[in-house]
Design a protein around this ligand. Structure first.
Ligand code: FAD
Length: 385
């Protein structure tokens, strides 16, 4: 493999972006993705249906020339629309005007656009090829295909963008411990839907240009708009406990009764509530901390594979996009020395990742509790939720 060849594991949001940026800077990039091509098979396996894109992520997308296309698919969110238990709502703006907003984007739409961009730039993406193991002495990866076959490929320089459950991280950890610590939040999430209304001229059942929050103390619902007029609603709730929790609210009937008491206005907008509740799984939430993100110049973790965080600042993807932009800049400056690039990347990005991990945990308390307090008004310093 020539010196400027780079392998990327994972063609999710961060993997597709880093592949695009590195290819645009003259590297020959090969990506291995476990899932089938979502452009052919349909998008599945994402962690949320839509996400909030903020200035940090947009800044990284601008480096690829993709920002305008992404914003063309997004819905602007000017602030938090806070819904109280009596059914009243009020908008808390993120900034003074529309120059300080965040954007709701479809995960599937964004991933598709970025896969197209990576291939258009010249990256090669192999779908249906899951990483099964790595030999960092030999510089090889073992890949597992859906039909059960395995093959070994050369990859002296590999970037792991394979998400929170990273197989590359596990292989690196077997080679040399990374100091991994996972802190479970103890709260999970379930996604529901407010469908578009029947009027095609005005399909949004609630304010379109806002991130909706129903804060209720120890738990909350949020809703982000989708372009065609629906909203993806996410309930965040403790997993265990005698008070409302995913354990005590097991079936759709109990869930409906809970919503009737706590979120009656939202429930009225969800005709398929019972089916959604029964069919959609409870997702888990945790923060991943690592002492080390790389093995010399052979392997590096980025995005959720390095620093998965809880979603309450809406910054996981945004932070991963910043990783991709920073890594591409460092590689372009020192193309022949991946060990120096990886060390500089870790030194620059780790303090940022540690800070946002903490802020994301704190923002859960703010969103589910303090935003409901009329005395509480704080300017958003990061473009978070
Ligand atoms: P992923 O998106 O997980 O992609 C990993 C890719 O690697 C996938 O394509 C996967 O198939 C592939 N893969 C996995 N294993 C292998 C393997 N063995 N071999 C090859 N490929 C493999 N972030 C925001 O910025 N804003 C938000 O509003 C927001 N909301 C969120 C809401 C929820 C409920 C959750 C759970 C997260 C949210 N996030 C948000 C965080 C965001 O989803 C992640 O930070 C982001 O998806 C990380 O991107 P990634 O590419 O690093 O990992």
């Amino acid at each position: 493999m020539p010196r400027n060849d780079i392998a990327v594991v994972g063609a999710g949001l961060v993997g597709a972006l880093v592949a695009t940026l590195l290819t645009q800077r003259g590297f020959r990039v090969t990506v291995y993705e476990k899932r089938p091509d979502p452009r052919l098979a349909g998008f599945s396996g994402g962690r949320s249906i839509n996400l909030a894109l903020a200035e940090r992520g947009l800044h990284a997308l601008r480096a690829t020339g993709l920002a305008d296309q992404v914003l063309g698919q997004a819905v602007m969110m000017r602030g938090r629309m806070v819904h109280d238990p009596a059914g009243h709502s009020g908008l808390q703006r993120y900034g003074v005007d529309d120059s300080e907003v965040i954007w709701s984007v479809s995960r599937g739409g964004l991933n598709t656009l970025m896969l197209d961009a990576a291939e258009a730039a010249g990256a090669t993406i192999h779908f249906g090829q899951g990483l099964a193991g790595a030999d960092f002495e030999r510089g090889t990866l073992t890949l597992h295909a859906a039909d059960g076959s395995e093959r070994t490929v050369e990859a002296p320089v590999v970037i792991g963008a394979d998400g929170a459950g990273s197989a590359l991280r596990a292989a690196m950890h077997r080679h040399a411990p990374l100091g991994e610590r996972v802190e479970e939040l103890g709260h999970g999430y379930k996604e529901l839907e407010i469908p578009p209304g029947s009027d095609p001229g005005a399909p949004f059942a609630i304010e379109r240009n806002a991130l909706h929050i129903w804060p209720r103390g120890h738990y909350m619902c949020i809703a982000l708009p989708n372009r065609e007029g629906s909203f993806t609603v996410t309930l965040f709730l403790p997993n265990e406990g005698e008070h409302p929790s995913f354990r005590t609210i097991a079936g759709a009937g109990a869930a409906e009764a809970f919503f009737r008491t706590e979120f009656p206005d939202a429930l009225d907008l969800m005709p398929d509530f019972a089916a959604d509740w029964s069919e959609h799984p409870v997702g888990s939430l945790a923060t991943l901390y690592l002492d080390r993100w790389h093995i010399g110049g052979r392997a590096l973790l980025i995005g959720d594979a390095a620093h998965a965080i809880v979603p309450f600042h809406g910054q996981g993807m945004n932070c991963g996009f910043e990783d991709a932009a920073e890594l591409a800049t460092l590689f372009a400056a020192t193309p022949g020395d991946p060990a120096a690039v990886f060390a500089a990347f870790e030194a620059t990005r780790k303090p940022n990742a540690d800070a946002i991990a903490q802020m994301a945990l704190e923002n859960y308390v703010e969103m589910r509790d303090k935003v409901a307090d009329p005395r509480f008004l704080r300017m958003r310093e990061l473009g978070g939720l």
